[in-house]
Design a protein around this ligand. Structure first.
Ligand SMILES: Cc1ncc(COP(=O)(O)O)c(C=O)c1O
Length: 368
């Protein structure tokens, strides 16, 4: 059997080469490379795609989270509630603002913030809520919004894995105070380098974000904010992202079709499969994640059979040695169990049905 890599960025480039080459050539010849017409055009298109009024392009998804918090006034002495199962992007940036991350466990079925545990984590110091739409599935925004409204707390949606995902018909990023996106190359909408964005319906928040992404200048060379950074989406990435955007819905549909096929082929195995939501248009399957206590064995067997499978993520934030003291080991039991059990199988739009079948067959053999 031919090897099936976990990801293969060359396939997408090959499929879109004329469009991407033309976009890149246009920017190279333009003589304007940072914050120009390409960024403005992409911001407008991506805001419209998300169903939000504004989009502010930034350097990457991590800086999008940092800038969103600073723009909302998060700082020293504050607490921001988030989850611990999405690598460390959230606690890292919360700590950068001077605030303290407070972790809530996740729902075992959806791997997203468990709203039943949210209210108990709110204190007088809580300044914002940061749910993560992990693997392409949105957190339970209805329940989270109800709690946020009761406590008058802004929601910062981490949409880095949720380009085009929706909840109750509303797209990721358009529901909370703002939504933060990463355009890391392997994302559902990926740049050919780093990129990120914050989308929002709030004109004042958008204006503050524009100031903060460029040192804190307003106007140019006049500093009005002490905690700005240099975090600009560049013209080249904006042009490439804009060329890719019309393909996003088709890619997301293909990812859902692959997920459905995996679910059919893997049914009956001792393996927790991702649930296909009733309206499956809402899940965009950035990752297809199964769970089993025999994860290490499964991953090793797949590797022997040439199938790439990756753990997202092996060490929850509160168990990172460097974050000792943020939350006690054992305090997030679902997060901790899933970290030992989750395994992501290959899922990208260019994966062929034959490859999906081969991956599923390899999983069956490995668990036989
Ligand atoms: C959930 C989540 N949040 C934030 C980020 C950070 O984005 P970036 O890598 O663009 O900084 C990522 C991706 O890397 C992510 O998956």
């Amino acid at each position: 059997m031919a090897a099936i890599p976990f990801g293969d960025m060359k396939r997408q480039y090959a499929a879109l080469r004329p469009e991407l080459d033309a976009a890149a050539a246009r920017v190279l010849a333009s003589g304007w490379y940072i914050l120009g017409p390409e960024v403005r055009a992409f911001e407008e298109a991506f805001a419209a795609y998300c169903g939000a009024a504004y989009c502010v392009g930034v350097g990457n998804g991590t800086e999008a989270l940092y800038l969103a918090m600073v723009a909302l006034g998060v700082g020293p002495g504050d607490e921001v509630i988030t989850v611990a199962n999405a690598a460390v992007y959230e606690p890292l940036t919360i700590l950068q603002t001077g605030a303290r991350p407070v972790f809530v466990d996740v729902d075992a079925r959806t791997h997203t913030l468990d709203p039943a545990l949210l209210e108990a984590a709110i204190t007088p110091r809580t300044r914002a809520l940061m749910p993560v739409h992990l693997y392409g599935r949105m957190a339970d925004m209805a329940a989270i919004i109800a709690i946020a409204e009761r406590h008058q707390l802004p929601i910062i949606e981490d949409c880095a894995q949720a380009h085009g995902a929706a909840f109750g018909g509303q797209r990721a990023g358009s529901i909370g105070a703002c939504g933060c996106f990463s355009f890391y190359p392997s994302k559902n909408l990926g740049a050919l380098g780093d990129g990120g964005a914050v989308v929002t319906n709030d004109p004042e928040l958008a204006e503050r974000l524009r100031t903060l992404r460029e040192y804190g200048w307003s106007p140019r060379y006049y500093l009005v904010a002490p905690n700005g950074i240099n975090s600009r989406l560049d013209e080249l990435q904006a042009a490439l992202l804009h060329a890719k955007l019309p393909h996003l819905d088709g890619w997301n549909a293909r990812r859902r079709a692959i997920a459905r096929r995996y679910n059919e082929l893997l049914a009956g195995l001792p393996l927790a499969l991702p649930e296909l939501p009733i309206d499956d248009a809402e899940h965009i399957f950035h990752l297809y994640v199964v769970a089993t206590p025999r994860r290490e064995q499964l991953q090793a067997s797949l590797q022997e059979r040439g199938v790439g499978a990756v753990v997202h993520y092996p060490l929850p934030a509160h168990l990172q040695p460097i974050y000792q003291g943020l939350a006690a080991p054992g305090s997030l039991p679902v997060t901790e169990r899933l970290a030992h059990e989750v395994l992501s199988l290959p899922i990208y739009p260019e994966l062929t049905d034959d490859e999906v079948d081969a991956v599923a067959a390899a999983v069956r053999e490995a668990l036989a």
